[in-house]
Design a binder for this molecule. Structure first.
Ligand code: HEM
Ligand code: HEM
Length: 135
Protein backbone atom coordinates (compact mmCIF):
# COMPACT_ATOMS: atom_id res chain seq x y z
CA UNK A 1 0.00 0.00 0.00
CA UNK A 2 1.38 3.50 -0.77
CA UNK A 3 2.84 5.29 2.26
CA UNK A 4 0.25 8.07 2.15
CA UNK A 5 -2.62 5.55 2.22
CA UNK A 6 -1.09 3.91 5.31
CA UNK A 7 -0.65 7.35 6.91
CA UNK A 8 -4.31 8.23 6.24
CA UNK A 9 -5.43 4.96 7.86
CA UNK A 10 -3.13 5.42 10.88
CA UNK A 11 -4.63 8.89 11.31
CA UNK A 12 -8.20 7.68 10.71
CA UNK A 13 -8.17 4.89 13.29
CA UNK A 14 -7.13 7.31 16.07
CA UNK A 15 -10.26 9.37 15.36
CA UNK A 16 -12.44 6.24 15.24
CA UNK A 17 -11.16 5.38 18.72
CA UNK A 18 -11.77 8.94 19.95
CA UNK A 19 -15.22 8.97 18.28
CA UNK A 20 -16.21 5.69 19.91
CA UNK A 21 -14.94 6.90 23.30
CA UNK A 22 -17.07 10.06 22.96
CA UNK A 23 -20.05 7.93 21.89
CA UNK A 24 -19.60 5.70 24.95
CA UNK A 25 -19.22 8.76 27.16
CA UNK A 26 -22.62 9.99 25.92
CA UNK A 27 -24.27 6.58 26.06
CA UNK A 28 -23.04 5.77 29.58
CA UNK A 29 -23.67 9.21 31.07
CA UNK A 30 -26.99 9.65 29.30
CA UNK A 31 -25.84 13.18 28.46
CA UNK A 32 -25.57 13.60 24.67
CA UNK A 33 -23.75 16.93 24.98
CA UNK A 34 -20.74 16.14 22.74
CA UNK A 35 -22.78 14.80 19.79
CA UNK A 36 -21.18 17.18 17.26
CA UNK A 37 -17.62 16.27 18.27
CA UNK A 38 -18.54 12.55 18.24
CA UNK A 39 -20.24 12.77 14.81
CA UNK A 40 -17.37 14.72 13.19
CA UNK A 41 -14.60 12.67 14.80
CA UNK A 42 -16.20 9.62 13.25
CA UNK A 43 -17.19 11.21 9.91
CA UNK A 44 -14.40 13.74 9.17
CA UNK A 45 -11.72 11.92 11.21
CA UNK A 46 -12.42 8.26 10.51
CA UNK A 47 -14.73 7.84 7.48
CA UNK A 48 -13.42 10.66 5.25
CA UNK A 49 -9.75 9.95 6.05
CA UNK A 50 -10.29 6.25 5.33
CA UNK A 51 -11.97 7.11 2.00
CA UNK A 52 -8.92 9.28 1.12
CA UNK A 53 -6.63 6.38 2.14
CA UNK A 54 -8.68 3.98 0.02
CA UNK A 55 -8.49 6.32 -2.98
CA UNK A 56 -4.68 6.53 -2.74
CA UNK A 57 -4.39 2.77 -2.23
CA UNK A 58 -6.30 2.29 -5.50
CA UNK A 59 -4.33 5.05 -7.30
CA UNK A 60 -0.70 4.50 -6.21
CA UNK A 61 0.68 6.79 -8.93
CA UNK A 62 -1.34 9.73 -7.62
CA UNK A 63 -0.30 8.82 -4.06
CA UNK A 64 3.30 9.67 -5.03
CA UNK A 65 2.51 13.21 -6.18
CA UNK A 66 3.40 16.33 -4.23
CA UNK A 67 -0.27 17.39 -4.24
CA UNK A 68 -1.23 14.20 -2.37
CA UNK A 69 1.25 15.13 0.38
CA UNK A 70 -0.12 18.67 0.55
CA UNK A 71 -3.64 17.23 0.77
CA UNK A 72 -2.61 14.87 3.59
CA UNK A 73 -0.89 17.48 5.74
CA UNK A 74 -3.49 20.26 5.41
CA UNK A 75 -6.33 17.82 6.07
CA UNK A 76 -4.85 15.92 9.01
CA UNK A 77 -3.49 19.01 10.81
CA UNK A 78 -6.86 20.78 10.48
CA UNK A 79 -8.83 17.76 11.76
CA UNK A 80 -6.32 17.06 14.56
CA UNK A 81 -6.97 20.59 15.86
CA UNK A 82 -10.68 20.77 14.99
CA UNK A 83 -11.91 17.64 16.80
CA UNK A 84 -10.39 18.35 20.25
CA UNK A 85 -11.54 21.99 19.87
CA UNK A 86 -15.05 20.82 18.96
CA UNK A 87 -15.10 18.48 21.97
CA UNK A 88 -14.08 21.33 24.31
CA UNK A 89 -16.57 23.66 22.60
CA UNK A 90 -19.47 21.24 23.20
CA UNK A 91 -18.35 20.96 26.85
CA UNK A 92 -18.80 24.73 27.12
CA UNK A 93 -15.25 26.09 26.61
CA UNK A 94 -16.21 29.02 24.35
CA UNK A 95 -12.60 30.24 24.10
CA UNK A 96 -11.80 27.57 21.48
CA UNK A 97 -14.54 28.83 19.13
CA UNK A 98 -12.18 30.81 16.80
CA UNK A 99 -10.36 27.56 16.00
CA UNK A 100 -13.51 26.08 14.45
CA UNK A 101 -13.90 28.33 11.37
CA UNK A 102 -10.12 28.37 10.83
CA UNK A 103 -9.81 24.57 10.86
CA UNK A 104 -13.03 24.17 8.84
CA UNK A 105 -11.72 26.46 6.09
CA UNK A 106 -8.39 24.59 6.16
CA UNK A 107 -10.29 21.30 5.76
CA UNK A 108 -12.15 22.82 2.81
CA UNK A 109 -8.83 23.84 1.22
CA UNK A 110 -7.53 20.28 1.72
CA UNK A 111 -10.62 18.87 0.00
CA UNK A 112 -10.15 21.32 -2.89
CA UNK A 113 -6.57 20.02 -3.24
CA UNK A 114 -7.98 16.48 -3.23
CA UNK A 115 -10.45 17.49 -5.97
CA UNK A 116 -7.49 18.63 -8.09
CA UNK A 117 -5.77 15.27 -7.44
CA UNK A 118 -8.94 13.40 -8.48
CA UNK A 119 -9.49 15.42 -11.68
CA UNK A 120 -5.83 15.54 -12.70
CA UNK A 121 -4.90 13.14 -15.50
CA UNK A 122 -3.59 9.77 -14.29
CA UNK A 123 0.21 9.73 -14.03
CA UNK A 124 2.20 6.55 -14.60
CA UNK A 125 3.89 5.20 -11.44
CA UNK A 126 7.69 5.67 -11.46
CA UNK A 127 8.29 1.89 -11.51
CA UNK A 128 6.05 1.26 -14.49
CA UNK A 129 7.31 4.28 -16.38
CA UNK A 130 10.75 2.69 -16.63
CA UNK A 131 9.38 -0.44 -18.34
CA UNK A 132 9.58 -0.56 -22.12
CA UNK A 133 6.86 -2.49 -24.04
CA UNK A 134 9.23 -5.44 -24.60
CA UNK A 135 9.59 -5.94 -20.84
C1 HEM B 1 -19.52 2.18 20.08
C2 HEM B 1 -19.57 3.18 19.20
C3 HEM B 1 -20.58 4.30 19.27
C4 HEM B 1 -21.39 4.74 20.28
C5 HEM B 1 -21.49 4.20 21.70
C6 HEM B 1 -22.15 5.86 19.77
C7 HEM B 1 -23.07 6.62 20.51
C8 HEM B 1 -23.78 7.67 20.05
C9 HEM B 1 -24.71 8.46 20.82
C10 HEM B 1 -25.06 8.22 22.29
C11 HEM B 1 -25.21 9.44 20.01
C12 HEM B 1 -26.22 10.51 20.38
C13 HEM B 1 -27.59 10.13 19.83
C14 HEM B 1 -28.62 11.23 20.01
O1 HEM B 1 -28.53 12.04 20.94
O2 HEM B 1 -29.56 11.31 19.19
C15 HEM B 1 -24.58 9.27 18.70
C16 HEM B 1 -24.83 10.07 17.60
C17 HEM B 1 -24.19 9.94 16.38
N1 HEM B 1 -23.28 8.98 16.04
FE1 HEM B 1 -22.53 7.56 17.25
N2 HEM B 1 -21.80 6.08 18.46
C18 HEM B 1 -20.85 5.14 18.11
C19 HEM B 1 -20.23 5.02 16.89
C20 HEM B 1 -20.44 5.82 15.79
C21 HEM B 1 -19.75 5.71 14.50
C22 HEM B 1 -18.67 4.67 14.20
C23 HEM B 1 -20.26 6.68 13.70
C24 HEM B 1 -19.91 7.04 12.27
C25 HEM B 1 -19.10 6.34 11.50
C26 HEM B 1 -21.25 7.42 14.47
C27 HEM B 1 -21.98 8.48 14.01
C28 HEM B 1 -22.90 9.19 14.74
C29 HEM B 1 -23.61 10.34 14.21
C30 HEM B 1 -23.50 10.93 12.80
C31 HEM B 1 -24.44 10.81 15.25
C32 HEM B 1 -25.35 12.03 15.18
C33 HEM B 1 -26.71 11.53 14.75
C34 HEM B 1 -27.72 12.67 14.72
O3 HEM B 1 -27.35 13.83 14.42
O4 HEM B 1 -28.89 12.41 14.99
N3 HEM B 1 -21.33 6.88 15.73
N4 HEM B 1 -23.72 8.21 18.75
C1 HEM C 1 -15.33 21.26 7.71
C2 HEM C 1 -16.39 20.56 7.36
C3 HEM C 1 -17.69 20.55 8.13
C4 HEM C 1 -18.29 21.55 8.86
C5 HEM C 1 -17.79 22.96 9.08
C6 HEM C 1 -19.53 20.99 9.40
C7 HEM C 1 -20.42 21.71 10.19
C8 HEM C 1 -21.54 21.17 10.79
C9 HEM C 1 -22.46 21.90 11.65
C10 HEM C 1 -22.33 23.38 12.02
C11 HEM C 1 -23.42 21.03 12.05
C12 HEM C 1 -24.59 21.33 12.98
C13 HEM C 1 -24.17 20.93 14.39
C14 HEM C 1 -25.22 21.22 15.44
O1 HEM C 1 -26.38 21.46 15.11
O2 HEM C 1 -24.87 21.16 16.64
C15 HEM C 1 -23.11 19.75 11.45
C16 HEM C 1 -23.84 18.60 11.64
C17 HEM C 1 -23.58 17.39 11.02
N1 HEM C 1 -22.58 17.14 10.10
FE1 HEM C 1 -21.12 18.40 9.60
N2 HEM C 1 -19.66 19.70 8.99
C18 HEM C 1 -18.57 19.39 8.20
C19 HEM C 1 -18.32 18.19 7.58
C20 HEM C 1 -19.14 17.08 7.64
C21 HEM C 1 -18.90 15.84 6.90
C22 HEM C 1 -17.73 15.62 5.93
C23 HEM C 1 -19.89 14.98 7.24
C24 HEM C 1 -20.14 13.58 6.78
C25 HEM C 1 -19.23 12.80 6.15
C26 HEM C 1 -20.77 15.69 8.20
C27 HEM C 1 -21.87 15.15 8.80
C28 HEM C 1 -22.67 15.81 9.72
C29 HEM C 1 -23.77 15.17 10.44
C30 HEM C 1 -24.20 13.71 10.32
C31 HEM C 1 -24.34 16.17 11.25
C32 HEM C 1 -25.50 15.99 12.24
C33 HEM C 1 -24.91 15.51 13.56
C34 HEM C 1 -24.68 16.60 14.56
O3 HEM C 1 -25.65 17.22 14.99
O4 HEM C 1 -23.52 16.91 14.90
N3 HEM C 1 -20.26 16.96 8.41
N4 HEM C 1 -21.97 19.86 10.67
Amino acid sequence: MPRIATMFFKFAVVFLLLGILMGLQMAISGNHNVIGAHAHSNLLGWVTSAVFGGYYALNPAKAETRLAGIHFWIYTVSIAIMIPALYLFYLGYQAVEPLLPITSIAALVAVLVFAVVVYAPAVPSSGRAKLSPAE
